[in-house]
Design a protein around this ligand. Structure first.
Ligand SMILES: Cc1cc2nc3c(=O)[nH]c(=O)nc-3n(C[C@H](O)[C@H](O)[C@H](O)COP(=O)(O)OP(=O)(O)OC[C@H]3O[C@@H](n4cnc5c(N)ncnc54)[C@H](O)[C@@H]3O)c2cc1C
Length: 508
């Protein structure tokens, strides 16, 4: 395995010594992680089972120094490690009880579609021809939060019933392949409405009603898709500094409008709740296909500079796709730029969703899944250490969303954040774990119910079903990747038995 420390696009000297050493540590001692990654399927099944059934696996046997969790200390109410000795025993399908019958039928169908690779490939091929009514009835409700602000608000309340106290909402109108339906004015107006109409009332309600410390409520996020903010966005992003400067400035202005709404909402909420240290709401820039990313990175930098001021919470979060072989260098480069230009960095680390459609996959994406995993785990380790090891609002990296369904990565992040020594560290509310709505629900359930980890959110795509079709297609593709732990035959069986159990209960 090779970790590509030599960047393809970013200066070598940008790798800070500590980040380089974190990467090297992961490169040298991956055996614990590798045990779970021999094949994609074995990986997730094993990981999932170990996470749910065997709390002792929470301690990596051969994990790098930085990845080790603290010694269990039962005295701390906040310590994950202490809870690991007494996890609640739940049946593996317990999480399905929170879903209604229609949703269970959808899970049943998704299980059938993901039974094996050939069936999934066929479903993906047929997907564009499936009538919208069928998609809406069978898959939309699982992966999407609704068509209107009101429906998304209701989704938020339903998530709250499952212990998930906030969301990353995303008006999903995809345009990276060109989409004539894109009306940037409409998208930005709806996005601003969603900040003030969904996120602000939702976090206010959570603060007022949850029996929790105000800093234990996760921030609410609005995801901004750069391809939605200007006509012909893909061309503009590719040529942002090569003839499309004016259109790019328009795109930045649109994104700034949403960030300004986020900034203003935070200032107002901070007056009402001054004791909160983490941001109330955050704007997140989503990452797109590789060829658009240079424009997206430039957008992120301009927004950081404008909104992430020193000694303030980070209101803007950018995304780095850690499956990219130059992502380690990019992360270090972004940190150095932020230090030079006196702003703070908010980051969402993802593995990356476009592996199936990247034309240059062989040259731009890590050669193996293991390389991506090591790089991802090194990245979150580095960011968490940066956030936790400095005083409130003093670290350059000020906010992290660990956006993943991988139980190993989530476990690693949780075990670093929720320790006895961090019990009173106010910065820990700036590390949030996020999963997509409809994905890895058993992992989300486990984090919340068995390990009482409060900083968990779901990414809630919303919008017209027709426009979300690309998003839904990617979710299907992703189900065919490694996120198989609660898909396929186990999901068919689990959904069926939960439905049957309900029917028998009702008839007796
Ligand atoms: C809150 C949230 C926000 C998100 N935002 C974005 C976004 O802005 N942009 C974006 O692109 N994605 C985004 N995603 C999607 C995310 O990239 C995928 O969900 C993620 O890649 C799935 O991986 P995982 O971390 O769950 O782990 P796993 O399921 O363990 O890993 C699967 C991933 O590993 C990588 N991989 C698989 N096989 C190989 C291989 N052979 N070689 C190298 N790498 C491999 C791929 O990235 C694949 O998706 C977001 C996800 C969440 C939860």
């Amino acid at each position: 395995m090779s970790l590509r420390l030599i960047p393809t696009r970013y200066p070598t000297r940008s790798l800070t010594a500590s980040y380089a050493s974190t990467l090297k540590t992961f490169a040298k001692t991956p055996t614990f992680y590798r045990r779970f990654h021999d094949t994609p399927n074995a990986q997730n099944t094993a990981t999932q089972q170990s996470f749910q059934n065997d709390p002792n696996h929470m301690i990596p046997t051969n994990a790098p120094q930085g990845a080790r969790i603290a010694t269990p200390t039962p005295a701390s109410p906040l310590s994950v490690s202490s809870r690991l000795t007494h996890p609640g025993k739940v049946s593996p399908n317990e999480y399905l009880k929170a879903f209604n019958n229609k949703e269970l039928i959808s899970f049943f169908m998704i299980g059938l579609c993901t039974l094996n690779k050939p069936i999934l490939k066929l479903c993906i091929k047929l997907f564009p021809y499936v009538p919208m009514a069928v998609i809406k009835a069978l898959v939309y409700r699982i992966y999407c939060g609704g068509e209107t602000l009101e429906e998304v608000k209701q989704t938020g309340l339903r998530l709250h019933e499952r212990g998930i106290n906030n969301m990353m909402i995303s008006l999903t109108i995809e345009a990276c392949d060109g989409n004539d339906n894109v009306d940037p004015e409409f998208i930005i107006d709806e996005t601003v409405k969603s900040i003030n109409g969904i996120l602000v009332p939702h976090i206010t309600k959570m603060i007022e009603t949850c029996d929790k410390n105000i800093n234990d409520i996760p921030s609410g996020y609005v995801a901004l898709k750069p391809t939605g903010f200007v006509k012909n966005a893909a061309h503009v992003l590719k040529n942002y500094n090569n003839g499309e400067e004016a259109a790019f400035a328009e795109l930045v202005a649109k994104a700034s409008k949403a960030c300004q709404a986020v900034y203003d909402a935070n200032k107002k909420l901070a007056e009402i709740y001054p004791e909160r240290t983490a941001p109330f709401v955050v704007a997140v820039i989503d990452a797109e296909k590789y060829e658009l990313q240079p424009g997206v990175y430039e957008l992120q930098r301009q927004l950081y500079q404008k909104f992430n001021k020193l000694n303030e919470p980070c209101y803007v979060v950018g995304t780095i796709q850690m499956y990219l072989s130059d992502s380690a260098s990019l992360l270090a480069y972004e940190e150095r730029l932020a230090q030079e230009k006196n702003y703070r960095l908010g980051l969402k680390l993802v593995r990356g969703a476009y592996i199936h459609s990247e034309k240059e996959r062989a040259t731009i994406i890590h050669k193996t899944k293991q390389d991506t995993d090591d790089n991802y785990n090194a990245g979150i380790t580095y960011c968490i250490d940066s956030i936790l090891n400095q005083k409130d609002k003093e670290s350059t990296i000020g906010h992290l969303v660990v956006a993943s369904h991988n139980a190993e990565s989530l476990k690693l992040a949780s075990s670093k954040v929720y320790t006895q020594e961090n019990a009173t560290n106010v910065n820990k509310s700036n590390v949030v774990l996020g999963q997509l709505l409809g994905m890895a629900d058993s992992v989300t359930y486990d984090l919340i119910k068995n390990y009482q980890i409060g900083n968990v959110i779901k990414y809630v795509a919303w919008g017209p079903p027709l426009e979300t079709k690309q998003y839904l297609l990617r979710r299907l593709e992703e189900n065919g990747d490694a996120v198989k732990n609660d898909n396929g035959w186990p999901l068919v069986k689990a959904a069926f038995s939960t439905l049957m159990g309900r029917m028998f209960k009702a008839s007796s």
